[in-house]
Design a binder for this molecule. Structure first.
Ligand code: FES
Length: 135
């Protein structure tokens, strides 16, 4: 009986720092906040600046690419030799740009990770609306 009581006291002391609402995590939180802020700036603004046009026929069949097409920043998925799917490069959650994941064949938002299938249909939130199809 005395041992159980000792164990409870010992356990409480080991976790005191973890459950202390005044623990010092400000610097760690600040670094994470800066990192997330940088990702948002990139997803919302910078990544829109360095999109380059490409030759559509150079996109592999079954692959996607972020490109400039007719002066618009678009997502292109090449379905077959002559069939392309064009989507607006704007996440429906908060407007960040997207990147192509060639392993899973999905579009992923740079900011909060909404995942869309190759046709722009939402697979995983936080976004709830599908991407705007342009063709
Ligand atoms: S802006 Fe795309 S998930 Fe938030």
């Amino acid at each position: 009986m005395a041992n159980m009581k000792d164990d409870k006291i010992k356990l409480k002391r080991e976790n005191d720092a973890l459950y202390n609402p005044n623990r010092w995590i400000l610097f760690k939180s600040f670094k994470n906040t800066l990192r997330m802020f940088g990702q948002s700036i990139d997803g919302l603004f910078l990544s829109k600046l360095y999109v380059k046009p490409c030759v559509l026929k150079n996109i592999d069949i079954g692959s996607g690419k972020v490109t400039k097409y007719k002066n618009k920043n678009v997502l292109v998925y090449r379905e077959s030799k002559n069939e392309y799917i064009f989507l607006k490069n704007k996440c429906t959650h908060m407007g960040c740009t997207l990147i192509w994941n060639n392993v899973d064949k999905v579009w992923i938002s740079r900011c909060h990770g909404t995942i869309y299938d190759k046709y722009g249909k939402v697979l995983y939130g936080p976004g709830i609306k599908d991407l705007e199809r342009l063709n």
